[in-house]
Design a protein around this ligand. Sequence first.
Ligand SMILES: [Cu+2]
Length: 219
Amino acid sequence: MISSMKLAIALTAIPAALAASFDVQVAPGGQLVFTPNTVTAAVGDTVNFTFNPANHTVTQSTFATPCTPSDGGLDSGFKPVTAGGDPVTFQVTVAATTPMWFFCKQSNHCAQGMVFAINPPATGNTFDAFQANAEGGGSASPSGASASGAASASSGASAASPSAQASGGGSSNPTGSAPAPSGSGSGGSGGSGNAAVSARGAGLIGVTGLVAALVTLLL
Ligand SMILES: [Cu+2]
C-alpha cells in the first residue's frame, strides 16, 4: 500500500520534472516591454508572467492582427499592480509548439511594441515582423501592411517583404479572420514590391539625368 502510493507519487512527478518553466516580466521598470519578449518552449512547458506596475495584460492575438484579441484566445485581463504590492502572475501552459502571439491591450501599449511570442519562427512570420506590424497599427491590416512594406523597403530588404506578407496572409485564414485582411495583405505586398522597384527606377533615372545634365554643362 505504501509502496503503491510512492509509485503513484513518482509517476505524477515525472511530467513536472521534464517540463520547463519560463519566467517573463511584464513591463519591468515601467517599460512597455515583455522581458524576454520571446520564449522557445516545448509541449507541457509553462510560461509564468509576472506583472509590474502599473496596469497591463497578456492577451493572445494572431500574427496578422497583433493588437486585436483573438477569438477564444488566452487573456489575463487587466492586472493593476502597485509598487511594493503582492506579486501578480499569469501562467500559460504550452499545448502545442505552433507559434503563439501575445500583446498588452492597455491603451496604446501594443502600438508601442509591447508584444510577446512563444515559439515564433526564425524565418517568415518572425517576432520582429510581428512587432513591426504591431507598431504599424496592428489591428488595421492595410496600414500595417503598408507600414511594414515601407520599413522593409527603406532597409533595403525588399525580398523579405513579400514573403512576410504572404505568410501573414496565410496564417490569418486558418484562424478564421475575415478574408479582408489576407486580401489587403497580399495587395499590400504587391504594392510595396512595385513601389520599391519604381522608387529605385526613379532613383536611377534621377541619377542618370543628373549626370547627363552635368556632362551637358561641362561640354
Ligand atoms: Cu501594457
